[in-house]
Design a protein around this ligand. Structure first.
Ligand code: UD1
Length: 420
């Protein structure tokens, strides 16, 4: 098994390019199943989750690959085979193949994803949406079985929670449904806008993506597409926080600041300047004074992203004073706390709040990653800890960051991946 070893204490300096968004890529890769011809998607990050999605698409009979950050899908051999538990359990976004199967074959079978380390992760809103569009949905033997032999029909759907995944699945279903669909209380994430833009390029009629009301007019068929994935705002946020923590100064290219407004504002409160230099370039300038303690609450977009909560907490460990980090999206997303405490942090959990007493010196230690973003937080802590930090179980990191350690090394960090 591989691990990451870091010698802390080097301020990050230099320029780094932001990779394509993993979360946008996963839904767009599944969307390509809705057309009959070969689609080509650029800027797809070469991370484990993209590979898992390709494996899933191959199990369904298609030819799928990601090479040099370009995803190609030839769906000519697409069959209505069930999506097996072995793959769905490793990546919940596998559930995005449910709708293309249903639309193309009138029936679909996908393993129920179940919970994962960060929370229960129900899919009731996905299923409620599909039922509203006329699908019959059964949960049996650990699988979701959906049927719509005569196709789907547009409807008005109100989501009880603004779920990203449910919004993706309902969008995929509504573009080929008969008539009009309205999704109220839809997720507004930039990744939803990217998916809607891709579907529009495939022939769909969608209005309002990026707002909480999305209107879709069903069309007869979708065509293959050439499209590009947006840059990854979570990778950009992670690197911005790494720069702030090490008191460095970095420039991120290929990234529009507009997708990170919440983090930009919170960094401003901390004393870190986030400067937009042209359309796709952002500079992170560290404070000359001490880092200020600042509370955050995670919320759906445009609120502070839950996927940056762990990394923000690592920053707050360095602030002079107390802060509160409140997690409202996932009920069990504080597993990094115990590991940060092993590195010298002083964090206490009370319900959805993590109470951080910042300012203790961080010291290098052997720590264990528990999920994707927790891995990043531990690496960030390692960059400022005195001595050596070893992060194990980095397969979590590899699910969603494209060569994070190489990018940090390029910015001057003493970090390497080692075997054993
Ligand atoms: C996506 C992201 C993930 C991010 C999350 C929230 C992908 C592949 N993953 O996950 O990185 O952390 O958005 O920004 O894009 N919920 C329900 N019922 C449902 C669906 C969700 O109650 O049917 C709840 C969940 O338990 C959670 C909240 O809604 O508390 C948000 O979940 P959701 O937005 O669906 O997250 P994902 O799409 O799984």
């Amino acid at each position: 098994m591989e691990k990451i070893v870091i010698q802390g204490g080097i301020p990050l300096q230099g320029q780094v390019h932001i990779s394509g968004s993993k979360n946008a890529a996963l839904s767009i890769m599944a969307a390509c199943l809705l057309a009959e011809g070969t689609s080509t998607i650029k800027n797809v990050p070469e991370v484990k989750d993209s590979k898992t999605m390709c494996e899933m698409l191959e199990i369904l009979g298609t030819k799928a690959q990601v090479k040099d950050n370009v995803f190609t899908l030839d769906p000519s051999g697409f069959t209505g085979r069930p999506a097996p538990y072995e793959l769905v359990k490793t990546m919940r976004a596998s559930i995005y193949v449910l709708v293309p199967l249903l639309v193309r074959f009138g029936q679909a079978q996908v393993a129920l994803p179940g919970g994962c380390a960060i929370g229960l992760r129900p899919i009731d809103q996905h299923l409620k949406g599909l039922e509203a569009l006329g699908a019959k949905v059964y949960l049996e033997h650990g699988y979701i079985r959906a049927e719509a032999p005569n196709g789907l029909t547009g409807n008005e759907i109100y989501l009880d929670v603004a779920s990203v995944g449910a919004t993706v699945n309902i969008l995929l279903a509504a573009v080929l449904a008969q008539g009009k669909t309205i999704i109220a209380h839809a997720a507004c994430e930039p990744e939803i806008v990217n998916l809607a833009d891709c579907l529009t390029a495939m022939g769909a009629k969608i209005k309002g993506a990026g707002s909480s009301t999305i209107k879709i007019e069903g069309v007869q068929q979708m065509k293959a597409v050439k499209f590009s994935v947006i840059p990854d705002r979570i990778e950009a946020g992670t690197l911005a926080l790494a720069s702030a923590m090490t008191r460095g100064e970095i420039k991120m290219t290929g990234f529009p600041l507009a997708h990170l407004t919440a983090l930009e504002r919170k960094l401003h409160e901390v004393g870190v300047a986030v400067i937009s230099e042209g359309e796709e370039q952002v500079r992170i300038q560290s404070p000359t004074e001490q880092i200020k303690p600042v509370d955050v609450v995670t919320l759906p977009y445009p609120g502070f992203p839950t996927d940056l909560q762990a990394q923000w907490m690592a920053l707050m460990c360095l602030a002079q004073g107390r802060s509160v980090v409140t997690e409202t999206v996932w009920e069990n997303r504080f597993m990094h706390v115990a590991e940060l405490n092993r590195m010298g942090a002083d964090i206490r959990i009370e319900g959805p709040n993590a109470l951080v007493r910042g300012g203790n010196p961080m010291s290098g230690a052997q720590v264990m990653a528990s999920d994707l973003r927790a891995s990043a937080a531990l690496i960030l802590a390692g960059l400022v800890a005195e001595g050596e930090t070893t992060v194990t179980r980095i397969y979590h990191l590899d699910r969603g960051y494209e060569h994070l350690e190489k990018k940090l090394a390029q910015l001057g960090a003493r970090i390497k991946r080692v075997k054993g």
